[in-house]
Design a protein around this ligand. Structure first.
Ligand SMILES: [Mn+2]
Length: 440
């Protein structure tokens, strides 16, 4: 038996936090990835197309998606491909929480109740090639271990288990609610040749023999879902030697660019150039498929002369806007400033015999636990309501652990010093930079 294993398509996700055009593009991308999986199933001549739950994101099912799915299902049917779709916690059969039922063609078997169904799969001449046993979610909060309900398979043909489940030990499982939880050791010993799983969006192999696999989300939906996304093409013709191939199908990818060396940036153009360089490097390592569009998150960190500008959300949005046009193949860009601080000769300051040196040494001592701020009134600390001295202590140390803290202390104190020194200190600099400005 040969089949395609897809999961977590989440069609019609709302993507409400995105702009109208990006939202539309992301919704289209989910359908496009599904379309590619259907094309692949047909070109590979598989016998079955398995959907391991969360085909829909919620009860929302748009007319374009309904039309699209019925067309794709019929197309699979024309090629003699059986579709088995086991519902998940996002698309349960319950009428209150799940999508409305649609008139699927005969080649589609929707399994939407816990009671497992064992379906015979045949090739296009009608010759049986294997069985798929599936169980589905009837509600959004299935709490039972559905795998325990699967009858033990016995026979000469390959047997596949299809289920939307949170296997306890899987990578990224904590990101998902523990619905229909199951145990890997039980799945491994349950007698199936392959477990086609859905729910956890990180594609992964939980066991090689027998294969227990998460296909992962077909199209990533957030920055937590970076990396290639697609489906698993499985050949169980030789039960002792399954052949499994991951096929990258998602048209939109999510990626993060870390820009940590900002010390040469003195203008918006400089910042843009630095980000562009990092972007080009990242795309050299992983170019996508050529027509890939990217959802980009830029994380800026470290010392930068523009540190105070980068604290302003409007400035970050403006930078993101510019990058949207300049980064190749970017669909959308967001800019995050993480511990961006003023460039300061901290070590030199620390040894100084003035208020700034004193403050920096005090920060060190608090970090090292050699000093406490016992007389501090917690009411003055934003974000901390407790007056438990231990909590206050831990909170202060947490604040001081950020790499930019010393620089911030230095900037704040030296600005005050500058101000106190007044024009006598500032004026010559200002005049030499803008000759003649006084007379305009
Ligand atoms: Mn899901």
């Amino acid at each position: 038996m040969r089949f395609l294993h897809v999961a977590d398509v989440h069609l019609d996700t709302s993507f409400t936090s995105r702009s109208t055009s990006v939202r539309q593009h992301l919704r289209d991308a989910s359908r496009e990835a599904f379309e590619r999986s259907v094309d692949l199933a047909i070109s590979e001549g598989v016998h079955a197309f398995l959907i391991a739950g969360d085909l829909f994101d919620s009860e929302r099912l748009s007319f374009p998606t309904e039309r699209f799915l019925l067309d794709k299902a019929a197309q699979l049917g024309e090629h003699g491909i059986t579709v088995v779709y086991a519902t998940g916690n996002h698309d349960p059969s319950s009428h209150e929480d799940g999508p409305r039922p649609i008139p699927w063609p005969e080649n589609v078997h929707v399994v939407s109740e816990a009671n497992p169904q064992r379906l015979l799969i045949s090739d296009d001449t009608g010759k049986p090639v294997g069985y798929v046993t599936a169980s589905g979610h009837a509600s959004t909060k299935e709490s039972r271990d559905l795998s325990r309900l699967f009858p033990r398979p016995a026979g000469e043909m390959p047997e596949v288990g299809l289920l939307h489940t949170q296997v306890h030990s899987s990578l990224g499982a904590t990101e998902h609610h523990s619905y229909a939880p199951s145990e890997l050791s039980y799945l491994v010993g349950a007698g199936f040749d392959y477990w086609a799983l859905g729910h956890v969006h990180v594609p992964q192999t939980l066991s090689e023999d027998p294969p227990v696999r998460y296909a992962g989300s077909l199209q990533g939906r957030t920055h937590k879902e970076q990396g290639e996304r697609g489906a698993l093409l499985v050949d169980l013709s030789d039960r002792d030697a399954p052949v499994i191939r991951f096929c990258s199908l998602a048209t939109v990818r999510w990626d993060t660019v870390d820009v940590t060396h900002l010390d040469t940036a003195d203008s918006l153009d400089d910042l843009q150039r630095l980000v562009q360089n990092e972007w080009a490097k990242a795309r050299k390592v992983d170019a996508g498929t050529g027509d890939t569009k990217w959802m980009v998150r830029v994380i800026l960190s470290g010392a930068c002369n523009l540190w105070s500008e980068l604290r302003d959300e409007e400035n970050r949005d403006a930078l993101a806007d510019n990058l949207r046009h300049t980064l190749n193949d970017a669909l959308d860009v967001m800019v995050v400033s993480k511990d961006v601080h003023a460039p300061q000769p901290i070590e030199e300051y620390r040894s100084r015999n003035d208020m700034l040196g004193e403050a920096l040494r005090l920060c060190d001592m608090i970090r090292e636990g050699k000093a406490t701020l016992e007389t501090l009134d917690p009411d003055d600390l934003a974000g901390l309501e407790s007056d438990d001295p231990e909590l206050v202590e831990r909170y202060i140390r947490g604040l001081l652990s950020s790499p930019g803290t010393d620089a911030e202390v230095a900037v704040r104190l030296s600005q005050k010093q500058d101000r106190r020194k007044g024009k006598a200190h500032k004026a010559p600099d200002a005049l030499s930079k803008h000759p003649g400005s006084k007379h305009q």
